[in-house]
Design a protein around this ligand. Structure first.
Ligand SMILES: [Zn+2]
Length: 221
């Protein structure tokens, strides 16, 4: 069920009050338009009608795609320590509420970054799994190991059986693209499954570069 509420927000830049529709929950089957708005970065985005200042609202949101058995819990947060606390809270409250029993076979993800949320939606929309993508991203970044620390890598698109990744270098302030054949994705995906990695969740998971590092070090799930 998609849920929203109206909030009166004071512009942090010019002080003008305006009403913003804030979404707490988005269920894809309710509205295609709503998902399009999310993918184009319009959901929970404050835009001042007076000075046009814009910023993401600090509201947690749950994204639910019943057909793909995908649920993403999004808590906007820039702080690493706070992020882990929020993740712990999500894990704890879902155990207490017993909701996990109803979500068998689901992929359950926790993210704190809007771009990461959009990236995960895109990955699952293309019939892939983010666990395999995160391992692939580590492999791409390790091709230039000295620069890996300062670079971020995001899945961009898949076209003609070629995956395209965007690599952003924070020091050079440059974006590069890297292309990987779909066969490479399929090979890694198969290897991960054979090593025991499940393409679904037993609880909420944070699938990020440190998750992929743990997988490559021999842990599964
Ligand atoms: Zn303003």
């Amino acid at each position: 069920m998609s849920l929203n509420l109206k909030q009166n927000v004071k512009c942090p830049k010019c002080g003008q009050m305006s009403e913003v529709t804030v979404w707490n929950s988005i269920t894809v089957s309710d509205s295609v338009d709503l998902k399009q708005d999310l993918l184009s970065g319009k959901i929970n985005m404050f835009r001042c009608p007076s000075c046009y200042y814009s910023a993401l609202m600090p509201t947690p949101m749950l994204y639910h795609d019943e057909n793909k058995k995908l649920m993403i819990s999004f808590s906007p947060c820039n702080d690493e320590v706070l992020k882990h606390q929020l993740f712990d809270n999500v894990q704890k409250s879902s155990k207490e509420s017993g909701e996990l029993e109803k979500l068998e076979g689901y992929n359950l993800r926790f993210v704190a970054d809007y771009n990461e949320l959009l990236e995960k939606i895109l990955i699952f929309d293309n019939g892939m799994n983010d666990k395999t993508i995160e391992v692939l991203k580590l492999m791409i970044l390790s091709q230039d190991i000295e620069k890996a620390e300062r670079r971020t890598c995001r899945f961009g698109k898949i076209e003609n059986n070629v995956l395209e990744f965007m690599i952003y270098d924070t020091i050079e302030n440059q974006t590069y693209t890297s292309q990987v054949p779909k066969e490479t994705y399929d090979t890694i995906d198969l290897q991960l499954k054979q090593s025991g990695v499940k393409p679904y969740s037993f609880g909420w998971e944070m699938v990020d570069p440190s998750y992929a590092t743990r997988l490559l070090n021999g842990f599964n799930n």
